[in-house]
Design a protein around this ligand. Structure first.
Ligand SMILES: Cc1ncc(COP(=O)(O)O)c(C=O)c1O
Length: 363
């Protein structure tokens, strides 16, 4: 794929490695450029790296009206050799197309996605923030641009990638366990719907539930299935729990649960983590009983942003609180976090192909 580079003049670009003095937070910053590619007449064309900035888009662009829009989230890390490495980006590229299938967005060939993302990171590599636990958060997304008021698949799209230099997610250490609201009032997904897709509308639909959680002093909602019988997801993370023998259980992937790349990585690591990791249908009643009896000792969420979010307690709508173990971050949760983040930072050898170096090819 021939990528065109229309770069900012050197005087307007970062010329030295970014060395922020305070934690830059997650998702707040942008780099100098973005990657764009358009879909017209049945093919992706004009791949280019251009200055980061506003899009020109028709008010009738279908993404704005009918929400035909999908996204991904991945990370790149700087290793001790000073090079930048992406983490399992091929899995994100594959999932973008699974998301697209659900909302009738044509596939973006994986090789094109990977080439575009690598080109962008390469150009903006000086934006990697030099601080402990930092990453470049990668946000690829596709949205419908055709100017047509009709609920039908758009014939035109834009694929865009932007980067966000981000600081350590747990700036004050990995010590705080969150609380989740268990509610029958809100649902994230139904079978036959869009739950297994990173479709933008799923996240708009989750905002109301997030607000309700905050009213209970909870960080997020624990989403149940539409019949309120099974545990599905946590906000924008997969859910997990740990049995007292150390076994990690993740709800079985269905068409209402996003196939988390973090969860898949933990399942693939299995033995390296020193415990069994398996997927099951998790019934809410049994889950509660097992926490009460002490059979379940830890719980949490898996996702790219936080990697692991320990859950210390659940709250019900009648304000009853269910504490997991001693309510603190448990040893298994800590180990999972440590192993996965060590692999990402290049401190520990991960499975073949997980970390891919961003080559230096920019003009
Ligand atoms: C609904 C939902 N579930 C789970 C996840 C975690 O997936 P991953 O580990 O690939 O980030 C995400 C975030 O991408 C999400 O939005």
């Amino acid at each position: 794929m021939q990528i065109n580079y229309n770069l900012k003049p050197a005087s307007e670009r970062r010329t030295q490695q970014f060395k922020p003095e305070t934690n830059v937070g997650f998702g707040n910053l942008r780099t100098d450029h973005m990657f764009l590619m358009d879909y017209r007449d049945g093919e992706w064309r004009d791949p280019r790296v251009v200055p980061y900035g506003p899009f020109e888009m028709a008010p009738g662009a279908m993404a704005l009206h009918y929400g035909q829009s999908i996204f991904e989230g991945a990370k790149a890390f700087m290793h001790d050799d000073g090079e930048i490495y992406t983490f399992r980006l091929n899995k994100n590229a594959e999932r973008l197309n699974l998301s697209g299938e659900v909302v009738c967005i044509p596939p973006v060939p994986e090789a094109m996605q990977l080439a575009g993302i690598n080109a962008l990171i390469d150009v903006d590599r000086l934006w990697f923030p030099m601080q402990d636990g930092a990453c470049l958060y990668i946000r690829p997304f596709v949205f419908a641009t055709e100017d047509r008021l009709s609920v039908s698949p758009s014939q035109q799209y834009t694929f865009c990638v932007m980067l966000s230099p981000s600081g350590a997610y747990y700036a004050d250490g990995f010590d705080k366990a969150i609380r989740l609201l268990i509610t029958e009032r809100f649902h994230r997904a139904v079978s036959g719907g869009t739950g297994a897709s990173k479709a933008a509308g799923n996240y708009a639909a989750s905002l109301r539930a997030g607000k309700a959680a905050a009213e209970y002093g909870a960080a997020q909602v624990l989403y149940l299935d539409a019949n309120n019988k099974q545990i599905e997801e946590v906000g924008a993370m997969n859910h997990f729990h740990v049995l007292k023998d150390g076994t990690i259980i993740i709800p079985k992937f269905t068409d209402t649960i996003l196939k988390s790349i973090t969860s898949q990585s933990i399942m693939e690591l299995g033995e390296a983590l020193g415990c069994e990791v398996r997927q099951e249908t998790v019934m809410l009643d049994q889950f509660i009983a097992d926490i009460e009896s002490g059979e379940i000792v830890e719980a949490g969420g898996f996702g790219t942003a936080a990697v692991v979010s320990p859950v210390g307690s659940y709250i019900f709508e009648d304000h009853r609180v269910l504490t997991v173990g001693d309510g603190q971050v448990g040893e298994h949760t800590r180990r999972i976090y440590q192993v996965l983040t060590d692999i990402q930072k290049g401190k520990r050898q991960g499975p073949e192909g997980w970390m891919q170096k961003v080559e230096r090819v920019a003009p």
